[in-house]
Design a protein around this ligand. Structure first.
Ligand SMILES: [Zn+2]
Ligand SMILES: [Zn+2]
Length: 397
């Protein structure tokens, strides 16, 4: 069994070490069409120095170069659905990240034909079609990768449980241990898990098969108050090194029989990252109480603010039209966030007509969109902009 696969299957074997910082950077916040101020969908989640991407629209590698996120640290990519605005950037990114090249002339030796595929340098998760798209894209562009990758597909209950959906054989760099993970009880639990973080997914309603991902940090050590322990340790001449065990929530019996209990562990952070949706209700049980919910808000009714507003439109007609295309309005996002008791809500995936820069026009329009969502959510809402970056702290509650 290869090392990487065993890490996935046996969480006891992986030690990531506690996550020092958790950061979200929005690389692209546009919907179907990009604009001068918004690129196609992609966001990075940094767990310490490791980088996971969620969606990878066209030109994501350009956005990475403009951001503080190091492309070389990308270890996983999670695709919500195979619409082009969420996946067109995967192959170019792989070509850069995995040292791709266009082959050599006849008679020359190509070292990329001997890639080690026992372990995967890059793991990709996505719905049915992700593996075939990448395999075909690499093959027909004659792209030879210098490092390996693997694709794990989330198979919906109506999908065939096996098969790669392409007649092409795997290319030189594709690992053969890509899993087809079957939907079970309307979700895919722990598609990745190590000692401090896990990723699960559930279907969300869109115009094509689409998922939302929930990243969950394992419980973290509680806050320790040394004043509560040090006098007892001194009194019984117990080495101060036991503070480390107490910090981990363990109990210590002192030599006079006194038992000290470390502070109870606190809930780790939970982040729900949804793909395109007009109704994400199937992911409610996974996403409840998320520290951060990232939800799309493709269209909004903004009379008097958006000059392109049609005279015949009203909130209901815009919502009906938005839903018919598989998308949400800000109010729908706010209402969902409230329903799952999300602690923070950030909107993304905006129509190209909503600018994402420092202009007064952008501030007015995006402020109005945030306000529409907040009217349902009951709390402040942030509209994402490209390259916006924020740290997610551990909730004190
Ligand atoms: Zn989209
Ligand atoms: Zn879509």
């Amino acid at each position: 069994m290869c090392q990487r696969l065993s890490l996935i299957l046996d969480p006891n074997m992986t030690s990531r070490g506690q996550i020092t910082s958790l950061n979200v950077t929005f690389l692209g916040t546009a919907s179907a069409q990009p604009s001068p101020t918004r690129n196609h969908s992609a966001l990075s989640l940094r767990l310490g120095s490791d980088v996971w991407l969620f969606d990878c629209g066209e030109a994501t590698q350009h956005q990475l170069q403009k951001s503080n996120v190091k492309m070389g640290k990308v270890e996983k990519i999670f695709i919500t659905h195979t619409h082009g605005d969420h996946i067109f950037g995967v192959i170019p990114l792989m070509a850069s990240l995995l040292n791709g090249a266009g082959g050599v002339t006849e008679g020359s030796e190509d070292p990329r034909l001997n890639v080690e595929t026992e372990t995967a340098a890059l793991e990709i998760y996505g719905p049915l079609g992700t593996r075939a798209y990448i395999r075909n894209g690499l093959a027909y562009t004659h792209t030879q990768l210098g490092s390996s990758y693997v694709v794990h597909e989330l198979r919906f209950s109506k999908d065939p449980p096996s098969g790669d959906f392409t007649a092409l054989a795997p290319q030189n760099a594709e690992c053969l241990f890509g899993r087809n993970i079957l939907e079970t009880n309307a979700s895919w639990l722990d598609i990745y898990k190590d000692d401090v973080v896990s990723v699960s997914a559930a279907p969300i309603h869109h115009s094509v098969p689409c998922v939302g991902y929930v990243v969950k940090e394992a419980p973290v050590p509680g806050k320790i108050d040394p004043a509560k322990y040090v006098p007892e340790l001194r009194r019984t001449k117990t080495p101060m090194s036991v503070m480390r065990q107490l910090q981990q929530g363990e109990s210590i019996t002192l030599n006079d029989g006194t038992v000290l209990h470390g502070p109870p562990r606190r809930n780790g952070r939970k982040i729900a990252i949804l793909g395109d949706t007009y109704d994400p209700s199937p992911i409610i049980s996974l996403a409840e109480d998320a520290d951060l919910l990232i939800h799309e808000a493709t269209n909004a009714h903004l009379p008097g603010i958006d000059p392109n507003t049609k005279d015949t439109d009203n909130y209901q007609s815009v919502e009906d039209r938005t839903k018919s295309r598989g998308h949400s309005t800000p109010q729908m996002a706010g209402s969902f966030a409230k329903g799952i008791r999300a602690k923070n809500l950030i909107l993304n995936h905006f129509s190209a007509r909503y600018p994402g820069d420092d202009s007064d026009e952008s501030k007015v329009i995006m402020g109005a969109i945030a306000q529409l969502a907040a009217s349902e959510y009951g709390q402040e809402v942030i509209c994402a902009r490209d390259l916006m970056s924020l740290d997610i702290s551990i909730s004190e509650k």
